[in-house]
Design a protein around this ligand. Structure first.
Ligand code: NAD
Length: 489
């Protein structure tokens, strides 16, 4: 693929129109494989956010009242358009985010799947009938909130647009999306494709920018529900902002996920899943296999095999579709390398990697840290890079307790051939998703989200629709005349 070298300007997308930001601010977006900027992207200020929320509010009644089957068909057409533009979207994502082209393509196809899946749900959002006796008919209906604010991070930008916007629209909400400042381009293109598919133009709006733009959106009184994906620290700020208007929040935050390798596991299988789990997208995955907790009987062999795999990785610009691309930004690149130094200072051993590549761009070698104790910062804090911490455990230690001993609780994996051991571990692991003998076990149709500091609420699957629907109960008296009901009786 020819590397685009345009310095195209990306304006905001409000009410279907590309509009320059009121204050005229733009920020460069950089190709992480070279460090060179290739586009200037609008930074939305408060008045731009206000316009976008106003557009979404104005579009809400019509979209809410659109026949659910029509809403579903419209989302299905959006899925078709995303599939038809999969190559173009993957190229945009690779240049903006850095990931290998085939991983970007997989993200795009999964984005299409979200639209297909929730298209099918749009006319099945049923309430219940509640048995309360013969004098009253009682039922529930599920209604959209109104304007859904969606704030996404930079690791899976286009995919996470679809993960939030598709269920929000299926449920009858409208949306204002704020992508991360380093990766806004796929979001703009996906929103345009939604419009081309027939989603009303004011029902999906995009306001790019950084933290200030996000804060203007989360604190806006016209926003009815917030879906935020990002770090714990920012998630806490989002919750605080939401408290002012008592706006509901769905938070998908970070992880420090354990992969427990029991002595009876198929070692090669476990190594291959942990390899995929930690090095996909250069470790910039909330559900990465961050900590391998390995029984001491085969610790050395596990390390030997994972090191061999790490050293076989080919690193190159994402558009050459290598095994691993660069990290997304200069700041993040420094942060990941700092963590390697922290690990060394704490007494961990760098079994392989730990260095930046001697070339342009933000490339960090696949890294394996051994002799890691679970109390170390490299075992407790999310690195969000290609850095695996391998933690040994002995017969007198409980690997599930080690796995749970972090502030996070997003995903966890167990590798064992003993079905009882697998189920016992799954019961006790404090995580929203548990994988047995695999990694990345969640799909578009399975609920996904965190325990503990990893978040509130669920994305994906039918469970995600709960973030976009509120329940109304209707009680109809069948008896005439005055009654003697008291509250709560
Ligand atoms: P981040 O928290 O720095 O930023 C996330 C988004 O919030 C960005 O769009 C950012 O501009 C915006 N933002 C920043 N300050 C804000 C504020 N005060 N108010 C509102 N919005 C604000 O996170 P990041 O570095 O972009 O992403 C990495 C994090 O995302 C990691 O912790 C990762 O685990 C997490 N993540 C979680 C999931 C999940 O599903 N659980 C998926 C992907 C990423």
């Amino acid at each position: 693929m020819e590397r685009a070298r345009s310095t195209e300007r990306y304006d905001l997308l409000i009410g279907g129109e590309r509009v320059p930001p009121a204050e005229g601010a733009y920020v460069d977006t950089v190709d992480p494989a070279t460090g060179e900027s290739f586009a200037a992207v609008a930074v939305a200020g408060e008045s731009d956010v206000d316009r976008a929320v106003g557009a979404a509010r104005a579009a809400f009644p019509e979209w809410r009242d659109t026949d659910p089957a029509t809403r579903g068909r419209t989302l299905f057409r959006a899925a078709e358009r995303i599939r038809a533009h999969a190559d173009e979207l993957a190229e945009i994502e690779t240049q903006d985010q850095g990931k290998p082209l085939s991983q970007a393509r997989s993200d795009v196809l999964s984005a299409a799947r979200y639209f297909e899946y929730y298209a099918g749900a749009a006319d099945k959002l049923e309430g219940t009938s509640v048995p309360v006796g013969t004098g009253q008919v009682d039922f529930t209906v599920r209604e959209p909130y109104g304007v859904s604010a969606q704030i996404t991070p930079w690791n899976f930008p286009g995919n996470l647009f679809a993960r939030g916007v598709a269920p929000a629209l299926a449920a009858g909400n409208t949306a204002v999306v704020k992508p991360a400042p380093t990766t806004p381009l796929s979001t703009y293109r996906l929103a345009e494709l939604c419009h081309e598919a027939g989603v009303p133009e004011s029902a999906v709006n995009v306001v790019s920018g950084g933290g200030e733009t996000g804060a203007a959106l989360t604190g806006h009184e016209g926003v009815d529900t917030i879906t935020f994906t990002g770090s714990v620290a920012t998630g806490q700020r989002v919750m605080q902002a939401a408290a002012a208007e008592v706006t509901p929040v769905t938070l998908e935050l970070g992880g420090k996920n354990p992969a427990i390798v029991y002595p009876d596991a198929d070692l090669e299988e476990a190594v291959s899943w942990v390899d995929r789990g930690i090095f996909t997208n250069a470790g910039q995955v909330c559900s990465a296999a961050d900590r391998a907790i390995v029984h001491e009987d085969h610790y050395d062999e596990f390390v030997e095999r994972i090191v061999e795999r790490a050293e076989a990785y080919e690193l190159a610009p994402g558009d050459e579709d290598p095994d691993m691309g660069p990290l997304n930004s200069a700041d993040h690149f420094e942060r990941v390398l700092d963590y390697v130094d922290v690990g060394i200072a704490e007494g961990a051993t760098v079994a392989t990697g730990g260095e930046a590549l001697d070339r342009d761009g933000y490339f960090v070698e696949p890294t394996v840290l051994t002799d890691v104790d679970n109390d170390m910062r490299v075992a407790q804090e999310e690195i969000f890079g290609p850095v695996l911490a391998v933690i040994p455990y002995g017969d007198d230690e409980d690997p599930v307790a080690i796995g749970n001993d972090v502030a996070y609780g997003l995903v966890a994996g167990v590798f064992t051939n003993d079905v009882r051991r697998a189920h016992r571990a799954a019961q006790r692991l404090e995580a929203g998703n548990v994988y047995v003998n695999k990694w990345f076990g969640d799909t578009n149709q399975t609920p996904f989200g965190g325990y503990k500091r990893s978040g509130i609420g669920r994305e994906k699957g039918l469970a995600a629709l709960d973030s976009y629907l509120q329940t109304k109960n209707v009680a109809v008296n069948l008896d005439s005349g005055a009654g003697d009901d008291l509250p709560g009786a």
